[in-house]
Design a protein around this ligand. Structure first.
Ligand SMILES: NC(=O)c1ccc[n+]([C@@H]2O[C@H](COP(=O)([O-])OP(=O)(O)OC[C@H]3O[C@@H](n4cnc5c(N)ncnc54)[C@H](OP(=O)(O)O)[C@@H]3O)[C@@H](O)[C@H]2O)c1
Length: 297
């Protein structure tokens, strides 16, 4: 158990989640290290670098609490379908090695999983319990589940299942960034699925809660699900968040689109840590305003 972590190491600091975590850490003056891959490299090929970094951090701070947060993953689902070996290396083997090295060095580990683990079920608008047997469909979803299982086997690290919304902060990722770009580009309409359900957490809330979880976690394997209290469709989310703007959200269904990878239509989680849907929407409206400002500057 730790009181206050003096050092947080963010793996994948250039991605959507990683950028947001680094933004909050900086804003709150919490000591952190941002790990990104070399811009010229497509891969983390040299595992020695980060291994040595963690070992050194432990050596330099023998009595301090150190915490790693793994935000690294290949998230492009189509790319995943076509690059199964690479996906295994980054989405499964990397968390495994990270977990082993964190264990060797008494470093807390938080690993981000996914909300898309129940695609094989037919139900709609269900909040999946974490005891429910998973039925992941795509290469991406399967790899995320395997990453949970390797940590469970090592018995080290907290896996977090969730989806999140918030400002892109330059990552160009997420629904709010997508809306902001459409508004700036004066698009007449964007499409939203009426049959994909999710219950995402706003990143502001996720970060607040994560700080508490970090300060009370121990090192052993744990699985946490995050979500808001009620599911909504992607169409509803886009429509409610963009109400202040002159943007038409056109309803579409999965069957109207040909996808080269299986889509999970019920990306909804019964959460251990619950937030209100209404507050998530309010925060998202504010984030959209901020994201538009960010992208215009
Ligand atoms: N976005 C969501 O709503 C959502 C939903 C469910 C789960 N998740 C999970 O949340 C985590 C963060 O997602 P995100 O949305 O922030 O994803 P993201 O924006 O795609 O970021 C992924 C990060 O992984 C890094 N990465 C990818 N391939 C790599 C490789 N071969 N070598 C080294 N680094 C590599 C990326 O580095 P570069 O920046 O250099 O490309 C980036 O920093 C992931 O585990 C994802 O599965 C996200």
């Amino acid at each position: 158990m730790i009181d206050k972590p003096p050092l947080i190491i963010v793996f994948g600091a250039n991605g959507f989640l990683g950028r947001n975590l680094c933004y909050y850490l900086k804003k709150e003056n919490i000591q952190f290290e941002a790990i990104t891959r070399n811009a010229s490299s497509k891969l983390i090929t040299d595992f020695k670098n980060w291994r040595a970094l963690l070992a050194n951090k432990r050596k330099e701070n023998p009595k301090s609490n150190i915490c790693s947060i793994n935000c690294i993953a290949i998230t492009d689902q189509l790319f995943c379908e076509k690059n199964v070996e690479l996906v295994n290396e980054i989405n499964v083997q990397f968390p495994k090695k990270l977990s082993e090295v964190c264990k060797e060095n008494d470093i807390l580990l938080f690993h981000i999983s996914t909300d898309s683990l129940f695609g094989g079920y037919k139900n709609e608008n269900v909040l999946w319990n974490k005891d429910q047997t998973v039925k992941p469909l795509s290469v991406y979803s399967k790899s995320k589940y395997e990453s949970e299982e390797v940590l469970r086997k090592i018995n080290y690290g907290t896996c977090i299942r969730l989806s999140f919304v918030g400002e892109g902060r330059g990552s160009n990722r997420g629904l709010i960034s997508f809306l902001a770009k459409a508004i700036i580009d004066r698009k007449n309409n964007v499409e939203g699925f009426t049959d994909i359900y999710f219950n995402p957490v706003h990143l502001v809330d996720f970060w607040k809660s994560l700080k508490n979880v970090i300060s009370t976690s121990n090192f052993e394997f744990n699985l946490l699900q995050y979500g808001v209290d009620e599911a909504l469709t992607k169409f509803e989310f886009l429509k409610e968040v963009s109400l202040d703007y002159n943007l038409k959200i056109t309803p579409i269904k999965l069957k109207d689109r040909v996808s080269e990878f299986p889509i999970t239509h019920c990306q909804t989680l019964k959460s251990d840590i619950t937030f209100l849907k209404s507050e998530m929407i309010e925060k998202s409206i504010l984030s959209l305003r901020n994201e538009i400002k960010y992208l215009k500057n």
